[in-house]
Design a protein around this ligand. Structure first.
Ligand code: PGA
Length: 264
């Protein structure tokens, strides 16, 4: 079972994620982070930036791989995930820009972009900790319902619900690309630790399906059940449809009694 932490708010979640990353960094300065975009991980990046600054942690060797990118946005478009990752992750954390990769959504080179990205992740030794959000559609990365649980990085068509959720970042819905290139579910499952974050009532259904629903390509988030080390960090609203919330609270509160690798 995934461990489920039900926290007060996004700030508390951010501190938990930052603590996990900082403790990994102590033994692995060239840590490989899997980076999500969207609103959900922002408190984690903020908390991590704060820890790095105040504890003077050397992150020059940290490597990163973003989950996904839009297809066909012009280079330098402020909403391309290349730009978003630079603005929200690389700059505030002080990472080395060349060590942080984002899938290449350039139409001219799209055919090879998926296999090149997979090769780059393998060459880095795989992702140590993958931060994930979840869409109302249940997607992780941009793996919309129906995505193969074994899929690797490739081009996908965005659902209308994802395009309308993301329209807030663009001037109009028409400007939101129809296609994306995303790590596959199989790619995500290769990371050594998955941390799935969700806040707010709008995510409650997707979280319940991910944590407690049947494992199904129709609910891509449910693939986390196939992973031996997943931590789900949710606020009360996102946890509100979990049938076993009381047990998760009890298990989380009592995990301090076990050596960390035994808890779960
Ligand atoms: P959000 O998006 O963090 O902006 O809610 C999550 C997702 O679509 O995966």
């Amino acid at each position: 079972m995934a461990e489920v932490a039900i926290v007060a708010d996004a700030d508390e979640a951010g501190e938990l994620v930052a603590e996990s990353i900082v403790s990994l960094l102590r033994s692995k300065p060239d840590l490989v982070l899997g980076l999500a975009t969207g609103s959900t991980p922002l408190s984690s990046y903020r908390a991590l930036a704060h820890r790095i600054r105040h504890e003077r942690i050397d992150v020059r060797g940290v490597r990163g791989f973003a989950l996904d990118e839009y297809v066909g946005l012009p280079a330098g478009h402020p909403q391309s995930y290349r730009s978003v990752i630079s603005r929200e992750v690389v700059e505030p954390l002080g990472l080395t820009p060349d060590l942080v990769r984002v899938p290449n959504g350039d139409l001219r080179t799209l055919r090879m972009a998926g296999s090149e990205y997979e090769a780059a992740i393998s060459a880095a030794g795989g992702v140590d900790l993958q931060i994930l959000g979840i869409g109302r559609s249940g997607h992780i990365g941009f793996n919309e319902p129906g995505s193969s649980l074994a899929s690797l990085t490739r081009v996908k068509t965005l659902t209308e619900s994802t395009r309308s959720d993301n329209a807030r970042f663009f001037d109009s819905l028409d400007e939101v690309p129809m296609h994306c290139i995303t790590q596959g579910i199989g790619t995500i499952l290769r990371a050594r630790h998955l941390v799935l974050l969700a806040f707010g009532e709008a995510k409650a259904r997707a979280i319940a399906a991910a944590v407690e629903g049947p494992v199904s390509a129709s609910q891509p988030g449910s693939a986390i059940q196939l992973h031996p080390h997943t931590t789900v960090v949710v606020d009360e609203a996102a946890a509100s449809l979990l049938a076993h919330a009381d047990y998760y609270r009890y298990a989380w509160a009592s995990r301090a009694a076990l050596p960390i690798e035994q808890a779960g």
